[in-house]
Design a protein around this ligand. Structure first.
Ligand SMILES: NC(=O)c1ccc[n+]([C@@H]2O[C@H](COP(=O)([O-])OP(=O)(O)OC[C@H]3O[C@@H](n4cnc5c(N)ncnc54)[C@H](O)[C@@H]3O)[C@@H](O)[C@H]2O)c1
Length: 373
């Protein structure tokens, strides 16, 4: 696969290091509107072809696929341009900044017949994959309750850099710069972690979002710091289970931790993922009487990067695809509406999409959004 990298910031370094470790993958070109960043990146990875705009790269055209590692709101126009050029697209999460755009990207990719995948990174966590297999095999029995959290502390600690002075963090705090806050940023990860691990979909949501004051006037330079920092969500799953899902950038003491607990009538599972590794534990059988939890061995799994390269090689679409990410975006959009209206919302009803979706609404692609009345 001849791969173009679009956007050469923090995540692109991680991605390209992963892609270059795969046999048969070459990174043949890089694009960034910031020439200094582009040159540093391309020098580091020894990439010869460098472009300041995607249009120039498409006019050159000598690549099969692109990985889109631009800021969230740039994903939509750039992915559409790549799809129109017949290129396979691996897009960073969230797929778009709203459901309407995410759906448009999905439909364009499906109509063009190109491979489309979204980098929901925590699919690479082997214990999550094993947990899902155990749920699907019926080992937990009927699932009654699910808890999931995504905890970060970068508004407190400087371990990843200083948000007060660095644009790469400031855009994530500002709706005017295309961010939906912690909900849009890592909310999609934890929604996927919970629903994929519990092997079910979310069908009702009630959310609370909170933005804490972080600077005088709530502003630093051009950045209004108005995007949410913490959210809590109660959800109903399609399998009948009740769930609580929450995330924060103020979780002092947690650099980056995802946790999922799935409680069933026959047993329970806990998946924990931290920067230093991940674990799966379970409580089953006689252990239920004494609440004894034991570690469960888990085989390694392929990464999203490996599965995208294989999908491009074979022409066979793999997960997580654009449509799945668009459906998660719908939950995020509804969560924002439910905070504004302080009401539970139903993903399965069809009479009332959220405001930002109205202009792009289509009525033929699965559940639409609506208030529960
Ligand atoms: N999957 C994950 O776990 C994970 C982790 C971190 C970030 N991300 C996602 O990756 C994306 C990028 O995040 P980041 O942390 O690398 O941001 P970043 O700001 O460090 O990098 C983005 C880069 O894109 C460039 N850019 C902006 N507009 C462009 C355009 N029109 N054409 C070409 N380049 C353009 C910027 O100049 C910058 O160099 C975001 O969508 C983010 O949500 C995903």
């Amino acid at each position: 696969m001849r791969l173009l990298v679009l956007g050469t910031g923090v995540m692109a370094r991680n991605q390209v290091a992963n892609f270059l470790a795969i046999d048969g993958v070459e990174v043949v070109g890089a694009v960034d509107t910031d020439r200094t960043r582009l040159d540093e990146f391309a020098d580091h990875f020894n990439i010869e072809k460098r472009f300041s705009t995607l249009d120039e790269a498409i006019a050159w055209g000598d690549f099969d696929a692109a990985t889109n590692v631009t800021p969230d709101r740039i994903h939509h126009p750039t992915s559409l341009a790549l799809i129109a050029a017949g290129k396979h697209v691996f897009c960073e999460k969230p797929l778009a900044e709203n459901y309407g755009h995410a759906l448009e990207m999905t439909e364009a990719a499906e109509a063009a017949g190109v491979i489309n995948m979204v980098n929901l990174t925590y699919r690479n966590v082997a214990p999550l994959q094993r947990a899902r297999e155990m749920v699907l095999a019926g080992e937990l029995g009927t699932i009654k309750h699910v808890e999931a959290s995504y905890l970060q502390s970068w508004l407190v600690s400087r371990a990843w850099g200083d948000w007060r002075t660095e644009s790469r963090w400031l855009w994530r705090l500002s709706t005017g710069h295309g961010s939906n806050g912690v909900l849009g940023d890592v909310g999609i990860h934890i929604l996927d972690f919970a629903a994929y691990g519990a092997a079910t979909d979310i069908d009702h949501v009630f959310a609370r979002l909170k933005t804490f004051n972080k600077a005088p006037g709530g502003q630093i330079g051009e950045y209004m710091l108005d995007a949410n920092d913490s959210f809590t969500m109660s959800v109903d799953f399609a399998n009948g289970a009740l769930g609580v899902i929450h995330a924060s950038r103020w979780a002092t003491g947690h650099l980056n931790e995802l946790k999922l607990r799935i409680y069933g009538e026959k047993g329970s599972l806990e998946v924990i993922h931290r920067p230093d590794g991940s674990d799966l534990r379970g409580c089953f059988g006689d252990d239920i009487e004494n609440a004894v939890w034991r570690g469960i061995d888990v085989p390694p799994v392929l990464t999203n990067y490996q599965r995208f390269a294989e999908a491009v090689r074979t022409g066979k679409q793999d997960d997580p695809n654009f449509r799945h990410a668009a459906n998660l975006q719908k939950v995020i959009d509804l969560a924002i509406v439910s905070e504004k209206e302080r009401r539970e919302l139903n993903l399965l009803a069809s009479d009332r999409p959220p405001a930002q979706e109205q202009e792009n609404k289509t009525d033929d692609q699965g559940p639409t959004l609506a208030l529960v009345v």
